[in-house]
Design a protein around this ligand. Sequence first.
Ligand code: C2E
Ligand code: MG
Ligand code: MG
Length: 649
Amino acid sequence: MTPPRDKREDDTDSPPSSDEEGSRSHCLMRALRTLSAGNRMLLRAADEQELLRGMCRVIVDEGGYCSSAVGYARHDASKSMPVVAYALPNEHHEGEEAFFETLQLTWADTALGHSAMAIAIRTGQPCIGRNLLTDPDHAPWREDALRFGYASHTAFPLRVEDEVIGALGIAATEPDAFDEAEVRLLGELADDLAYGIANLRTRIKHREAAATVQRMAYFDTLTGLANRSLLREQIQAAIAGARQRQHPLGLLALSVSHVQEINDTLGYQQGDQLLQAFGERLRLAVSESETVARVGDTEFAVLLPKGDANHAMQTAKRLIAALYEPIEVSGLRIYARSTIGISLFPGHGSDADSLLRRARVAMANAKQGGHAFGVFTASLDQECSHRLAMMGDLRGAIEHNELVLHYQPKVHIASAHLCGAEALVRWQHPAQGMVSTNEFVKLAESSGLITPLTYWVLETAFRQRYIWHEAGLERPLAVNLSAHDLKDRKLIGKIKGLFDTWGAQPEWIQFELTESALMDDPVGALEMLKRLKELGVALSIDDFGTGYSSLSYLQKLPVDTIKIDQSFVSSMVDSADSAVIVRSTVELGHNLNLEVVAEGVDSQAVWDRLADLGCDIVQGYYVGMPMSAEQFTEWQGNSPWTSGMTTPH
Ligand code: C2E
Ligand code: MG
Ligand code: MG
């Protein structure tokens, strides 16, 4: 910015008369006053319009000129030059304001484009002392100039970042106003104005850039929701408020299911759409004071700044209901399911990180237990670290071949003949002893270890089946697949490879899939079953009766067998309800032309009831426990079931 100058010397050649000198020094004085007031204006103005108006006003009020105006050069077809600001003395002529308000100017090199301002814009140089009364270029405005008492006009270009963006025009009552020294000072004023404009524009750009940086630092770009950083700050602020007013607050962590499959099958764009729609559903389902944030790829969180466990659970239920309706992505109706974990201040932590972590632990626990939501409990922290340790051990056990397969016989009821076996994985932990299969299979499913586990089981089962084949034992061996395996795009290739490696026939191997695994993703599961079926293997629906599949869905499935869940079978002698379920499942299976297996048969009484109902096959402790390969061979040698046709009782 040019600082206000001291009084300048006039540098005309001939010595001036005292009258001339008086008028000249008057002109210089007013130009200097203007410059200095202009500088104050520059410091004060908060926006461009205020600066322009203020500068025009300073020129008229301090400089004593009869009007000043700023025109901006538009780059439109007619090169229009709208007057963006102007100022008139307090005592101005009638119609003068209206004149400026309606002035239509151009900076094009046409008949109407020879005003001083237009020339200053085109040439980038000041256009000085144009006589409005005699100059032919000013004919279009002469009448108005006469009316308002303007005699001369001077204009200065306004240059911002090397571009002339417009001009500052100043009118005076004297025809020969604007001598050289005055023009130099006014030129500096125009430069100061241009500098001020540039400065304000840069400030806006910086402000916008800072806002963008802020947005990026605190908001998730995909959903526009708060990100983890902003959520963390908001949790801290909410904790401070809750402490002061002594009320609890809640935090919900939510995971979205099915995003990975959508990414894999439809593409990332569709996966993103699902996440956006999910985020929007959440946002609409909570109140204004509650923050929804995206805290991970497929994880969201909701901060309830005020509320106890009851409020948090009610909110969780409401969110689950809001997410129940399918979300449309690329014309498909996707049932995005969510599991919610809840943590509470002060009970579960007094800082943002522990609340977030514990809400996530509660979420993982709810998911594992098959619940829609769950509240954190202190024991989960210990469970969590225990689980982490077990996860590492399980990974090692798979890699170092420390798992074993046990084989449980299946017997055909009518012939009392051994008709197959099921492979069940076992893990003897070096310190913890035998780990429950259900427990470590779930652990593998939740920790990404299920694929290596399944591959290990498949390899072992095929090898064992080959050994039996060599020994002349040709009964099918069933392998369990988990819900996650149904999403494994490499699984079919893996199985095909094993068939080739061992020269296996399709009858050698069967697969069991639990009904709930199928219902986890009915569409994807159906696809996978079709591909498995193309290999020629028999397929069973395991734990039937626990997964709520519909009859119409069942009919579509390319399966051969249903295995009635052992909870109904083992209790059918004592519970009339269970007996009814078993009976109707046998009938349903037969109506669908499916073979029916009852698992969990642990007594002769159950065997007899099943035989009465016409069930086809039984599996359970009554027939034989799951056994190691050696035990199984020995068992076969001595077992009454192997010879068939004779029931042992
Ligand atoms: P499942 O496939 O339904 O297997 C039957 C379970 O019932 C086995 O438990 C078996 O030991 C048990 N069982 C058999 N007969 C009786 C009986 O008469 N009474 C009682 N109370 N139980 C009986 P296990 O081996 O603990 O396996 C539990 C579940 O773990 C299996 O249920 C299966 O879903 C899963 N699983 C086992 N092995 C594998 C595997 O290799 N891969 C996968 N993905 N899952 C497996
Ligand atoms: Mg099974
Ligand atoms: Mg089962």
